[in-house]
Design a binder for this molecule. Sequence first.
Ligand code: SF4
Length: 251
Amino acid sequence: MAYESEALNPVQARAADLNARLRDAHPSEILRAAIEEFRAEGRLALVSSFGAESAVLLHLAAQIDPSIPVLFLDTGQHFGQTLDYRKSLAAKLGLTDVRDLRPQYQDLATQDPSADLYKTSTDACCHIRKVLPLDRALQDFDAWITGRKRFQSGTRLSLPVVEEGEGKIKFNPLANWSKTEIDAYAKEHELPAHPLVQFGYPSIGCWPCTHPVEEGEDARSGRWQGQDKVECGIHVVRAPAPSNDGVGGDI
Ligand code: SF4
């Protein structure tokens, strides 16, 4: 997000200041700054998909504050391997406050009673299974940490280290890191990989919308294959709620 020469509200101005200060910092320094700025009041959370590269950010955060709230979107459509990995990785890293965010029963009953809404509208499905649960959870926080990196896809090439979104500060501590740096950190600290990585899944979301990719392909090209959709909706500027023929977000 470009902030120059725009009229900034206070949250955007704070994000711009933090980004100017941290844009070249090591991920640990960015996490420390986030924690110093927001954690004392309990206003900071980390959002993790417990996906292909999630262990790196979670390990970095656990070294500084293992009691940080970690929000996991339990969409009800995850691979069983992801749910197992969420449990084992949290235990290994000593994370003490992992929170499972689930869709509301009423939303599922009225909009997706057969759990197959993804077949007709991935955007509507992501909205009730990801966007709304995260929105509800983030009401308790002023700032959150994501695991996004610039190398993941063309849509993330200009990702800042700190940005404003929906009135909150978003820290992207790994924005600057390359795939090589991520892999080297995981190797150095002997972090367990998501079990599906070895089967060609470099980016892992819900099972109906995630496919393996070929060597050299965009890491996120296995998500929502055959559709224009590239993000689940939690990192995009929000449009009105989608209808059942429409739109979606991602971590
Ligand atoms: S990724 Fe697919 S299954 Fe998961 S919430 Fe979005 S549309 Fe639904």
